[in-house]
Design a protein. Structure first.
Lengths: 225, 225
């Protein structure tokens, strides 16, 4: 059976990606990161999603002892949804950008994939909503493929590990519709950047989640909880 | 003052790289990794080298809870120097290759460099001796430059962080001669892959160190200790 490493955040994009990778016939091994994010609640969500998908998972603790993101620095204000729409119009990088975060996540996934001889790494990045994040763009993933081809045993042996980004050109509503077809347990997913007991509904991530469910014409099961 | 992040292992290549970066006028911030390597002794060596160079340093603990390298798996035999020369002739990747290790190290260095607005990352990789390691080849570093250009805030803002590999085409003897000119404290460096109190003199890394000092016509100060 083909194996894949799936990067799981606890949000709905990565949950849909996991169920899609399973549907494609991969035996999936999930990686979840504890990198000091404000919203540690998402780690529990990620574990619950992997468990529901009957996939094994590992939680890796990552030390990023430097500042530079409102997602890590509790003293910094998170952007509100109003600020989000402003950002998007000028293609500005949001303050929630964590320096090289996806690059770090991919690197661990790559090490794990090499060690278990997996063929693919799945990541739920997409450009439509978070167009301000440089590490969510297709050109970044194609450049990363080159790194794998040149810098790993798998690449040298001509069995490079492919980074799969099946959601890259989809918007949130399309992702939600796809997730529904795949029976993704949306009620388990956690999108909010704040660390509260309930999702705040005001941060950048909650804004896109609500907009996505609204445009997909589907009721967010989290609203019922 | 221009800033650089320097990857420091405790071995002599990275020590020479640090002193070279200082000579080029960079204010250097060192990153040292504790990744479960057999030779934890090198972490102390790296700290001593940074201290002697009057540079600040951070030790990051990295969790690699998977197998796949004789450098991590204590149950696996390390290759001897005889095996090393066999490997080299057939360009085989040594068992000490840690899946995606340099890719992970670079990713953290990149995150740190972005956060402190450093201009460069210095790494002491070179092809001459460790030609079997895919992540020590120039084409890998050029591919990584592309990842930085496409996948980071620094790249998007047209101030990409450059990965500097000043030793890439030098052999060990040339590196040692260069280090002597730069007053690198070779007596503090640690090359041995085994975790003993003294360097074993038999592993792959000790083999290249001894060969390098011999060819450079310089006495290894570690021999006197």
């Amino acid at each position: 059976m083909r194996r894949a490493v799936v990067l799981l955040s606890g949000g709905l994009d990565s949950a849909v990606t996991l169920f899609l990778a399973k549907k494609k016939g991969y035996r999936c091994e999930c990686l979840i990161f504890d990198y000091g994010q404000r919203h540690l609640r998402e780690i529990k969500a990620a574990g619950d999603i992997a468990h529901t998908a009957r996939c094994s998972f590992k939680i890796l603790k990552i030390d990023l002892p430097w500042r530079g993101s409102s997602l890590l620095d509790k003293g910094t204000k998170l952007p509100s949804s109003v600020r989000v729409s402003e950002c998007q119009s000028v293609r500005e990088i949001p303050s929630t950008y964590v320096p090289a975060r996806n690059i770090i996540f991919l690197s661990f996934a790559l090490s794990y994939a090499e060690s278990i001889r997996a063929e693919a790494i799945f990541i739920g990045a997409h450009t439509q909503d978070y167009s301000g994040y440089p590490d969510c763009r297709p050109e970044f993933y194609r450049a990363y493929d080159k790194v794998i081809a040149c810098g790993t045993r798998a690449g040298v042996e001509k069995k490079p590990i492919k980074v799969e980004t099946p959601l890259i050109n989809k918007n949130k509503a399309q992702i939600i519709r796809l997730g529904r077809r795949l029976d993704v347990p949306f009620e388990l997913t956690w999108s909010c950047y704040r660390g509260g007991r309930r999702q705040c509904g005001r941060c950048e991530s909650c804004y896109y989640r609500a907009k996505g469910f609204r445009e997909a014409g589907i009721l967010d099961p989290q609203k019922r909880l």
